[in-house]
Design a protein around this ligand. Structure first.
Ligand code: CP
Length: 348
């Protein structure tokens, strides 16, 4: 194991990032996981739980429909997605928001040469919020800057941008961790292993960024050297004084973990054939690894999965990844309620 020590005892200044996307101290655009401090995370998690409780009753569920029927959402997903798309779409519909979608640039006027910015500006003529997944990094931020520049009050939500960020996935992961550790003092003090293609996995990158909001958390990055976590994340953790270790030997750390977060090989980002060197037999959770995990450990995966997560694990009570999917819809409901500032209209 390579031990990476805490090198900077100065806590991160959230003021550096908390202004990203915010308006009057509230969330507006959702672009980067670093814009969420502990207060915002706790508020969103509590709101997601409140909303799902109300939804259990017919009256509560019906009252959701009256919250945002005057709003329209554009779902612009030009990179493949199942659960992020569907959970946002269903979150919108639960709140009465009408949705439009483009899932393939080949069916938009981009194919005729319309620029990305002109396309976003066009969506903002019809929609009150644009939720976007893009192949490349930085496109949500570029869109938010465009909206701000032309003075159009349309929030942009980053639903996954290339290799760099997936902030709403990180929010639902925090929500899932918090619920899983509800009876064990929450996320503070927990040891969390992140395993797989850490270099190119935007979900693990975004989740690692959020960990600086929790006290005495220890992260263990578990990956072959070629797929190790990138330096920008490690530097951010050092600055925030979050302890982390790195190892290429999963067996040596499984018993230490309160949670293991597995991620798939991101073959779509191969420049040549880098993925062929990844050892799926070594960096995986299957029936043979389960006895090494603690009886109260939590097994998470953003899905979709590959060979790194054996379907035989699905029946294990420690498997949380199907709950993650469902939690994602409620976290996205909470986010939309918060962005459109209708949380005050909910019954207490
Ligand atoms: N976790 C996740 O982003 O899944 P999809 O790619 O299916 O949206």
């Amino acid at each position: 194991m390579t031990r990476t020590s805490r090198s900077n005892p100065t806590p991160a200044s959230d003021s550096t990032f908390s202004d990203i996307g915010s308006r009057n101290g509230r969330i507006f655009h959702v672009l980067d996981p670093r814009q969420f401090d502990r207060g915002r995370l706790d508020e969103l998690c509590a709101l997601a739980t409140r909303m799902r409780q109300y939804a259990k009753s017919r009256l509560g569920s019906r009252s959701f429909q009256t919250l945002l029927p005057h709003k329209r959402a554009m779902l612009y997903f030009t990179q493949p997605s199942t659960r992020t798309f569907l959970s946002f779409e269903n979150a919108c519909h639960l709140l009465g928001i009408r949705t439009s979608e483009i899932r393939d640039p080949a069916v938009s006027s981009e194919v005729k040469g319309e620029s990305f910015e002109d396309s976003i500006r066009t969506f903002s003529s019809y929609a009150d919020v644009i939720i976007m997944r893009t192949q490349g990094p930085g496109m949500a931020s570029q869109s938010a800057a465009l909206m701000d520049r032309i003075g159009r009050p349309v929030p942009i939500i980053n639903a996954g941008s290339g290799r760099d960020h997936h902030p709403t996935q990180a929010l639902l992961d925090i929500y899932t961790l918090g619920r899983s550790f509800e009876q064990r003092g929450g996320i503070d003090g927990k040891t969390i292993g992140l395993m797989g293609d850490l270099r190119r996995g935007r979900t693990v990158r975004s989740l690692a960024y959020l960990m600086k909001n929790y006290k005495d958390v220890r992260l263990i990055f578990i990956a072959p050297e070629e797929f190790a976590m990138e330096e920008d994340i490690k530097q951010d953790l050092r600055t925030a004084d979050i302890a982390f270790d790195e190892t290429d030997d999963p067996a040596s750390v499984l018993a230490d973990l309160d949670a293991i977060y597995i991620t798939r090989l991101q073959k779509e980002h191969d420049l040549q054939d880098e993925s062929s060197s990844f050892d799926h037999l070594r960096f995986r959770i299957g029936p043979e690894q389960l006895p090494s995990l603690r009886s109260d450990a939590v097994i998470m995966h953003p899905l979709p999965r590959g060979p790194e997560l054996d379907p035989a694990v699905d029946d294990d009570p420690r498997a949380m990844y199907w709950r993650q999917e469902r939690n994602g819809m409620w976290m996205r409901v909470a986010l939309l309620v918060s962005i459109f500032e209708v949380d005050g209209e909910l019954p207490r």
